[in-house]
Design a protein around this ligand. Sequence first.
Ligand code: HAM
Length: 425
Amino acid sequence: MIQTVRGTFDILPDELPRWRLVEETARAVFRCYGYREIRTPIFERTELFARSVGEETDIVAKEMYTFMDRSGESLSLRPESTASVVRAYIQHKMWTWGSVVKLFYIGPHFRYERPQKGRFRQFHQIGAEAIGQTDDPAIDAELIEMVEEYLERLGVRERVLFLNSVGCAQCRPAYVRRLKDALADAIPRMCENCRRRYEVNPLRILDCKVEDDQPLIERAPALVDHLCSACAAHFEALRRHLEARGIAYRIAPRLVRGLDYYTRTAFEITGARLGAQNAIAGGGRYDGLSELLGGPPAKGIGFALGVERLLLALPEEAAVADEAPDLYIAYLGAAARQHAFRLARRLRREGLIVLYDFEERRLRRLLAQADRVRARYAVLIGDEELAAGRYTLRDMRTGAQEALSEDALVQKLAASRSPAASASR
Ligand code: HAM
């Protein structure tokens, strides 16, 4: 029996209403902030991710699905979308669109990680990027407000916003030297990962989760205490903006994120009930990424959230039922069957959800079936109804029945749909 690949899963029809809810809410909220949807390819040249996310990151070094295509080109399934969106910004000369271009995306991403609760190999992100000519911290604050508004609208109340600044190309090298000095004595006693990171990506040591390493890392200097004056002022201004918007946050001096393109603002939002993988959303600023990819100078900030994790954090009552059918057609006999098909087509054109079965059943079984599929109404068509030119319409909630002509029936059913239900169709 062939099953789904480890770390991947089917999203079944019963689960889809929750997926649609989070996707549609994202579209509704992001729209109000001026973000427009973009869809980039699911695979890109490997080099795009290597250059932006960073060769030495876990994502690029260990987790990408990389393959050669038939012409010998190295391609990778996207592990994230910031690189792709910045590529698109450059490729389509989006700087001509306006001073800040706001884009969002929804879709599958791929990382070869060890699957566990909230961690998959194919997972889904909802993300947004604001790219342009200014690094005004008000843009950062507005983006963070948007994520908060989104989570609030979905009822995800138990969450914490962690904030840090990771500095820039001016101040980070000096901090990294300090960090290495401070850890020089301890590093031989630290985990293998930290020892490797000490050489290739020392900042990532701050993200180590190994318990024995924690007391040693606690002693390391904090990045926020060693920012250059421009970065310090940016961070300070961002904090004031968040406070003015009434957004609560906690400073997380060790928050460094797992991607190399970040400058200044870095943030994560964690949720309850998630276990070890408790980061629902993460993001930050990536000024200079455009230049790194061969584009014009540009500043950027963005975030992405994991849909699977968001669904774990979603309150139970957010489970919305899939739409029930408006009508179940119960027919008896070959002539009635043809009639049923024609009537169904007419009603479906009106936007109604109409079901019937393909195999013949007895009347009792037909009504039981209408009940099982939770149909609002059932209509009975048999020889008698055909002869009379009137159908028996049964209200499945009350059991009340009435005989109606086809036109009257179509009219009644079309009117029975609530305006909200028809708008969502
Ligand atoms: P990231 O922190 O690598 O950032 O991923 C963002 C979110 O995607 C995580 O917080 C998590 O919820 C979800 N996620 C990541 N990996 C997995 C996985 N294996 N299984 C399930 N969920 C996962 C980025 O990807 C950046 N591109 C975010 C960003 C946008 N920064 C600036 N703009």
